[in-house]
Design a protein around this ligand. Structure first.
Ligand code: IMP
Ligand code: MG
Length: 174
């Protein structure tokens, strides 16, 4: 493929949206005990920007999830690769991920963490691709709804690369 990138969401638009989300979350969680659980690897960039826009005392933990399918799209079977090493009973959990696509990852993680009896649990994703949904799920907080495009950058990978690109982009073939 002759790599030509087309920006779908620029780093400036992302920064503005992350700031807005941080403000809303700050307001919603001001009387709560916030624990952000970031789903690796895709959400590492978003999480690092988002938590710095939340003006509260908070805790951050990480889990690694993966789906069995091919590199690009999930198969629906979600696997926990690195589990949480924290008791979440006293916390208001906010799961942070890069994107809700089929919805299988978020659905699985919500069910999985609910079993651990947190005080409350919500989800926050930067991107939402509603057209591809396989399970009925809506993120409590989202940044952008996007059409059915395979995107990369800002933490999202194509193959094993491009997580470091600051804009969210698609490849244009020529
Ligand atoms: P799910 O289909 O909602 O379970 O999506 C799970 C994961 O697939 C996301 O957390 C992403 O890591 C990955 N994913 C979905 N769509 C894209 C995309 O367009 N680009 C890169 N990764 C994606
Ligand atoms: Mg992911």
């Amino acid at each position: 493929m002759n790599e030509k990138r087309k920006v779908v969401i620029s780093k400036e638009e992302i920064a503005e949206k992350v700031k807005e989300l941080g403000e809303v979350i700050t307001n919603d969680y001001k009387d709560k005990n916030l624990l952000v659980i970031s789903l690796l690897k895709g959400s590492f960039v978003f999480t690092s920007d988002l938590v710095r826009k939340i003006n509260l005392k908070l805790r951050v933990e990480f889990m690694t999830t993966s789906s069995y399918g091919n590199d690009e799209y999930s198969s629906g079977k979600v696997k926990v690769i690195n589990d949480l090493h924290a008791d979440i009973k006293d916390y208001d959990v906010l799961i942070v991920d890069d994107i809700v696509d089929s919805g299988n990852t978020m659905k699985f993680i919500l069910d999985y963490l609910k079993e651990k009896n947190p005080k409350s649990i919500k989800s926050c994703v930067l991107l939402d691709k509603p057209e591809r949904r396989e399970v009925e799920i809506e993120a409590d907080y989202y940044g952008f709804k996007i059409p059915d495009l395979f995107i990369a950058g800002y933490g999202l990978n194509y193959g094993n690369h491009y997580r470091n690109i600051e804009d969210i982009f698609v490849f244009e073939e020529d």
